[in-house]
Design a protein around this ligand. Sequence first.
Ligand SMILES: *[C@@H]1O[C@H](CO)[C@@H](O)[C@H](O)[C@H]1NC(C)=O
Ligand SMILES: *[C@@H]1O[C@H](CO)[C@@H](O)[C@H](O)[C@H]1NC(C)=O
Ligand SMILES: *[C@@H]1O[C@H](CO)[C@@H](O)[C@H](O)[C@H]1NC(C)=O
Length: 496
Amino acid sequence: MADKFFIFCIFAAFALSLSPFVFSRELSLDTDSHSSVLDVSGSIRKTLDVLSLKSSVSKPSDQGDEKTTSFSPSSLASSFSLELHPRELLHGGSHKDYRALMLSRLARDSARVKAINTKLQFAVTGTDKSDLVPMDTEMLHPQDFSTPVTSGTSQGSGEYFLRVGIGRPSKMFYMVIDTGSDVNWLQCKPCDDCYQQVDPIFDPAASSSFSRLGCQTPQCRNLDAFACRNDSCLYQVSYGDGSYTVGDFATETVSFGNSGSVDNVAIGCGHDNEGLFVGAAGLIGLGGGPLSLTSQIKASSFSYCLVNRDSVDSSTLEFNSARPSDAVTAPIFKNSKVDTFYYVGITGMSVGGEKLAIPPSIFEVDGSGKGGIIVDCGTAVTRLQTQAYNALRDTFVNLTKDLPSTSGFALFDTCYNLSSRTSVRVPTVAFLFDGGKSLALPPSNYLIPVDSAGTFCLAFAPTTASLSIIGNVQQQGTRVTYDLANSQVSFSSHKC
Ligand SMILES: *[C@@H]1O[C@H](CO)[C@@H](O)[C@H](O)[C@H]1NC(C)=O
Ligand SMILES: *[C@@H]1O[C@H](CO)[C@@H](O)[C@H](O)[C@H]1NC(C)=O
Ligand SMILES: *[C@@H]1O[C@H](CO)[C@@H](O)[C@H](O)[C@H]1NC(C)=O
């Protein structure tokens, strides 16, 4: 046995050392540690397909939408899976061309990153919650809460959504998923202000399981921004771009298709909702704080696979299922100042097989709660501190001198005119994790089309904030498993 293993190792080492010469023809690998092949024409085709998408979910296909789940209270399968759709399925056909679609995505993304940084800033500066909160107010206005309000042109930060049932009898709703926040909420009758959504607005009066939370409940006290009216808890969640949701904080039954339901899930019943999430009814928080759905249902793990945002495919959000065996694993940890975000242990990055000269401290959380890098499904483009971004960009540019460059686009400063190519070989970009594993990204996860004419940009962006974020463009096509019980995150390519 030991002998065989030894011989195998020798053979493997021998084969590896020869591989560039012996196997290069036969293997023609799409991705190795140095370079990867980007399917240019395939990416361009998707930009055209996504524009011709009709809002195909406006007539929900799920039969039994109105069906009450036959499960007894709070009975949930030990592991279960829900279908996950990219945003454009709700919005299909609303943009005149792909360039306009990208500009709107990127504007939304900047608002998203700003909201995350605002939340973090409140946490690290230690603003006392009670300072933020007007108690016993008769009427709540968003300006009563502390989050800065700026121009609200954003159309929502949600990028992927699923379908869950709320109430008894259960009604089905499209809900955005978000690992960067905790509070679940949906638009609720009566509406002071509700944006347009695909499903009818939730009516708490028609649900026997709806129950308002009192002001002294732990759920109410766990909110970042709450207020108390007539001993009933009011919540507010604000996003950095002036959009917000305000309403009653309540408990409801949440059901997951045939997998069962959970009673008494704390969820915001939003009567005043401005700006965000056009199409979806609300949001399911998957963050690490006590109010997230994952915490409330005591999930030991969850995972998602984000299909390419320009595709019509769907994939799944899974709870409590085992991670794929080929997964690349890294530690996750919490910032002592804020428990929402999933920080990942990263030692560096490489481009074209070269480790970038980035001080590892850039990816570490410091004593004051600043710095570090989180994994987030709601942010699109990975943000890196300027020094790290510059190292990545400069090396990438050095290794792509053969590609025709073109001017920048929105927050991207490194773009190429690939209109005359069907495919190109580009340097591989990889994250290097604590524990020595590395995650090589598929090229379509970092060189993305910004129009349908062949302009592709390096899809990373610098940030002047201390926090770095691994965004969903870099996670496309990858099953990302948050193993909460073991504090690990793992990435498994081609597992959608
Ligand atoms: C406050 O609660 C009391 C008793 O439950 C109720 O009669 C009253 O209408 C409530 N007031 C408001 C403003 O909701
Ligand atoms: C890029 O190439 C130039 C010239 O070959 C070299 O001086 C520079 O160090 C390179 N920069 C990076 C980040 O690789
Ligand atoms: C891209 O290159 C093609 C020729 O290969 C040219 O016709 C086209 O104008 C270029 N596009 C841009 C935006 O520069």
